[in-house]
Design a protein around this ligand. Sequence first.
Ligand SMILES: [Zn+2]
Length: 45
Amino acid sequence: MDEENPPYAECVLCRKPTEHPESVKGVVYCPVCAWQEAQRTACSG
Ligand SMILES: [Zn+2]
């Protein structure tokens, strides 16, 4: 019934649905963006 609007928060970067529920506070990333952010932060020392 609500499949068109799953209760998942949008990725702050690409606005795709994430694996996190909307109730999660703060920024959320989809698996792809989360991986990219992890690579960036890993390189920054
Ligand atoms: Zn994303």
